[in-house]
Design a protein around this ligand. Structure first.
Ligand code: LHQ
Length: 263
């Protein structure tokens, strides 16, 4: 069984690269094979211009339970967890954030450890009402990784980030929405439709503009206002030369729906 299913279904979801974590019996925990599947999917997303949005979800009742704890050799004389982060998790998060295309995440069930933070590395996160987010690291004597210590305080504030990380308490999807950790909590039965609708909308959007919005929002975490104003000027100058801007204005003036091509 492939640990990651990747499909671009032109008929049902044009422009949407669907990425499904597919180890349902282990709640889609990360293994070397699952990482390879994600790395391949990212390469496709980076190189195929037919891909205009990514939709990430999990097969079965869980989203992702983090690192597969059975994959590690606990009898090794020296355990180097930094190596796995350096070669697998960190490149994955960096590629997701650098991808100039939107990534929608549909959290279908529990998201724990690196699985929770992988979800937070996506650009817009929806979760099923029955889903939950767990910073499980502390329970096994570790610290948040996969970007968690960066994402959590920025999304929820220091207090909530600290308590989530220190207690490893389960945060319901509803509270995750209330705390601003995710965009929306929806009824379980609606998660697939809602996330597909959003992905489809983004895939039919002005791709260049969406990529730049992503850069502007993420770069703002490290810029002061003056640097951010400069960045907005540069991005606007660049995107204003594109076909989609002309189409957007023409459609507005002609009182019709724009037909964006991503150019
Ligand atoms: C699992 C896992 C799992 C293997 C469920 N591994 N089998 C760490 C180390 C190294 C380098 C880089 O970074 C990291 C980052 C991390 O991600 S550390 C955090 C790792 N994750 C966890 O500590 C979470 C462990 N899982 C759980 O606490 C529970 O499974 C949760 C709360 C997620 C779900 O609980 P339940 O709904 O009760 O499901 P379950 O526990 O019965 O799990 C179902 C199956 O999945 C079960 O297998 P089995 O063969 O007994 O049916 C679990 O053993 C397996 N599974 N998580 N991470």
């Amino acid at each position: 069984m492939e640990p990651v299913l990747v499909s671009l279904d032109g008929a049902h979801l044009p422009g949407v690269l669907r990425i499904t974590l597919n180890r349902p019996e282990k709640l889609n925990a990360f293994t070397a094979g699952l990482h390879q599947g994600l790395a391949d999917a990212m390469t496709r997303a980076e190189t195929d211009s037919a891909v205009r949005c990514l939709l990430v979800t999990g097969a079965g009742r869980g989203f992702c339970a983090g690192q597969d704890l059975a994959e590690r050799d606990m009898n090794a004389p020296v355990i180097d967890l930094g190596e796995g982060l350096e070669t697998r998790y960190n490149p994955l998060v960096r590629r997701m954030r650098a991808l100039p295309k939107p990534i929608v995440c549909a959290v279908n069930g529990v998201a724990a450890g690196a699985g929770a933070n992988f979800a937070l590395a996506c650009d817009i996160v929806l979760a099923a009402r029955s889903a939950a987010f767990i910073q499980a690291f502390v329970k096994i004597g570790l610290v948040p990784d996969c970007g968690g210590s960066y994402f959590l305080p920025r999304l929820t504030g220091t207090q909530r980030a600290m308590a989530l990380a220190m207690t490893g308490e389960r945060l319901s999807a509803q509270d995750a929405e209330r705390w601003g950790l995710i965009w929306k909590c929806v009824d379980d039965a609606d998660l697939q439709d809602e996330s597909e609708k959003l992905a489809l909308q983004l895939a039919g959007g002005p791709t260049g503009s969406l990529g730049m919005i992503k850069k502007a929002i993420y770069d703002s975490a490290n810029n002061d206002l003056s640097a951010q104003l400069d960045l907005e000027r540069d991005l606007q100058r660049d995107i204003g030369k594109g076909q989609d801007y002309r189409e957007g204005v023409a459609a507005f003036l002609e009182k019709r729906k724009p037909q964006f091509t991503g150019r």
